[in-house]
Ligand binder design. Structure first.
Ligand code: NDP
Length: 449
C-alpha cells in the first residue's frame, strides 16, 4: 500500500469511528501524513495496528461537576480526563477550563501531548483534561468550590505514577493549588500528583516561565539555522496568558521588540514596542487584576486596541501564536508572508490551520509546530516530577539550563528527521516522526495492550 492510500483509508475510518470531532481529526491527520511513509514500510507497525491503537484513548473519564455559586445557585459543569497513552510513562498533560472545552478538543490535545512528551525524552505518557467551566468573572471562592468538586471525582483516577495533571488555558497557579489541596485531602498523601504547584508546596522554579521561554529558545535555534537571531526583530504575539507573557519577556531579553498581545476580545499594537516596564503592567493586569488586554491602550494611549481581531495583519519578522487552537488561518498567513514574516514559532497547541501551515512551508519560511516549540512547559513539569520524587528542589539556573538543553535536543531531532532533500527543515515532519518512533517502539515491545 502506498502512503497516500494508507492516509486516506486511515482517516476515513477515524472520522467514521469518531464523528463530530473536527479538532481531533485535524491533529491526527497531521501526524498520520507525516509518519505514513514510515508505517507502510514496516510490516510490524501495520500488522500490529500501532497507529490504530494510538488514536484510541486508553481511557476517557467523563463526569458531572456540581458546585454552588456565590448567589447560592447550583451550577453543573462537565468534567473530563482523556488518558491517551501510557506506553512511555504515566499520563501527563494539562487541565483546561474554558467554555469551549469538549471531547474533540481534549482528544486532540491528549493526542498531541503523547508525541510532545515523547520528544522531551522524559518518561511521560499523554493525557489531557478539563471542563467547560469558565473561570473568567468568577470569585476566588467560586473557583475554589469548582476545583474541589472537579477533584472530588478525578482524584481516584490520578496519582504520581498514574496520571499527573497540570495547567493549561484557564488553569494557572491558583487553580492548580486548589486542585492539589483537595487531592491531598482526599488521598491523605503529599505526592507530586500535580505539576505547576506553588514553590512553597513542591513546585519547580521556572515552571511558570518554561513554555514561553522554551518557545523562544526553540525559535532561537530555528533562526540560527539561517545565521539569524531574535536581535532587532519585531515580534507579534497573540494571547496574554501564561505562555504569551513569558514568550514576550524572553523575546525582549533576546533583543527583539514585541509589538502585539491579545485576548479573546481583541489585540493591542504598540508602535513603540512593549517595553519591560509595560510588560510588567500586563503581568499585573492579567495575573493579579484579572483584567482585559484593552486596558493596556487606556494606560498607554500611543498604543491602539483593535476589537474582535487577531494581530496577524501587523508587520513583524517573527510571529508567535500563544493563545489557542486554529487562531491563525490561511488568509492571515498570506498577510504575515506579505509583510515579510520569516519565522513562526507556535507557543499554543495547533494554533495554525492546515492551509496556513501549507503556505508557510511553500514559502520556505521557518515554521515550528507547538508539539516541538511549546514542549518546554511539559518538560519542566517532568523536571518538577523528578524533584518531587527526590524530595529536593533545583535552583532556577539549573532548571533553566536543563530546559535549554531539552529544547536544543528537540530542535536537533526535528532537523534529523525533518530535513528535506533541498535542505529545508520540515519541523512538522521532524517532530511527528521523532515523537512517534519512541511511542511506537514501546508499544511494539509491550504487546497488544
Ligand atoms: P492562559 O489561560 O494563561 O492564556 C490563554 C490566552 O489565550 C488568554 O489571553 C486568552 O484570552 C487567550 N484565548 C483563550 N481562548 C481563546 C480563543 N478562543 N480565542 C482567542 N484567544 C483566546 O493559557 P496558557 O497561556 O497556559 O495557554 C495558551 C496556549 O498554550 C494553549 O493553546 C495551551 O494549550 C498552550 N500550552 C500551554 C502550556 C502551559 O504550560 N501553560 C504548555 C504548552 C502549551 P481570554 O483571557 O480572553 O480567554
Amino acid at each position: 500500500m502506498n502512503a497516500k492510500t494508507y492516509v486516506d483509508n486511515f482517516m476515513n475510518e477515524l472520522v467514521t469511528k469518531n464523528p463530530g470531532e473536527p479538532e481531533f481529526h485535524q491533529a491526527v491527520r497531521e501526524v498520520v501524513e507525516s509518519v505514513a511513509d514510515y508505517i507502510v514500510e514496516s510490516p510490524q507497525l501495520m500488522k500490529l495496528k500501532v497507529m490504530e491503537r494510538i488514536v484510541e484513548p486508553e481511557r476517557v473519564i467523563m463526569f458531572r461537576v456540581p458546585w454552588v455559586n456565590d448567589a447560592g445557585e447550583v451550577v453543573i459543569n462537565k468534567g473530563y480526563r482523556v488518558q491517551m497513552n501510557s506506553a512511555i510513562g504515566p499520563y501527563k498533560g494539562g487541565v483546561r477550563f474554558h467554555a469551549s472545552v469538549n471531547l474533540s478538543i481534549l482528544k486532540f490535545l491528549a493526542f498531541e501531548q503523547t508525541f510532545k512528551n515523547s520528544l522531551t525524552t522524559l518518561p511521560m505518557g499523554g493525557g489531557k483534561g478539563g471542563s467547560n467551566f469558565d473561570p473568567k468573572g468568577k470569585s476566588d471562592m467560586e473557583v475554589m468550590r469548582f476545583c474541589q468538586s472537579f477533584i472530588t471525582e478525578l482524584y481516584r483516577h490520578i496519582g504520581p505514577d498514574t496520571d499527573v495533571p497540570a495547567g493549561d488555558i484557564g488553569v494557572g497557579g491558583r487553580e492548580v493549588a486548589y486542585m492539589f489541596g483537595q487531592y491531598k485531602r482526599l488521598s491523605n498523601e503529599f505526592t507530586g500528583t500535580f505539576t505547576g504547584k506553588g514553590i512553597s508546596f513542591g513546585g519547580s522554579l521556572m515552571r511558570p516561565e518554561a513554555t514561553g521561554y522554551g518557545a523562544c529558545y526553540f525559535g532561537e535555534a530555528m533562526l540560527a539555522t539561517r545565521g539569524d537571531s531574535y536581535k532587532g526583530k519585531k515580534v507579534c504575539i497573540s494571547g496574554s496568558g501564561n505562555v504569551a507573557q513569558f514568550a514576550a519577556k524572553k523575546a525582549t531579553e533576546l533583543g527583539a521588540t514585541v509589538m502585539t498581545m491579545s485576548d479573546s476580545n481583541g489585540y493591542i499594537y504598540d508602535p513603540d514596542g512593549i517595553s519591560p516596564e509595560k510588560l510588567q503592567y500586563i503581568f499585573q493586569l492579567k495575573n493579579v487584576l484579572r483584567g482585559r488586554i484593552k486596558e493596556y491602550a487606556v494606560k498607554y494611549p500611543t498604543a491602539k486596541y483593535v476589537a474582535d481581531a487577531r494581530p496577524w495583519g501587523e508587520k513583524c519578522d517573527i510571529a508567535m501564536p500563544c493563545a489557542t487552537q486554529n487562531e491563525l488561518n490561511g488568509a492571515e498567513a498570506d498577510m504575515l508572508l506579505k509583510n515579510g514574516c520569516k519565522c513562526v514559532v507556535e507557543g499554543a497547541n495547533m494554533p495554525t490551520t492546515p492551509d496556513a501551515i501549507a503556505k508557510f512551508q511553500a514559502a520556505k519560511i521557518l515554521y515550528s509546530p507547538g508539539k516541538a516549540s511549546n514542549a518546554g512547559g511539559v518538560a519542566t513539569s517532568g523536571l518538577e516530577m523528578s524533584q518531587n520524587s527526590m524530595r529536593l528542589g533545583w535552583s532556577a539556573e539549573e532548571v533553566d539550563q536543563r530546559l535549554r538543553g531539552i529544547m536544543s535536543n528537540i530542535h536537533s531531532a526535528c532537523v534529523k528527521y525533518g530535513t528535506e532533500p533541498d535542505g529545508y527543515i520540515n519541523y512538522v515532519k521532524g517532530a511527528n516522526i521523532s515523537g512517534f518512533m519512541k511511542v511506537a517502539d514501546a508499544m511494539l515491545a509491550q504487546g497488544i495492550v
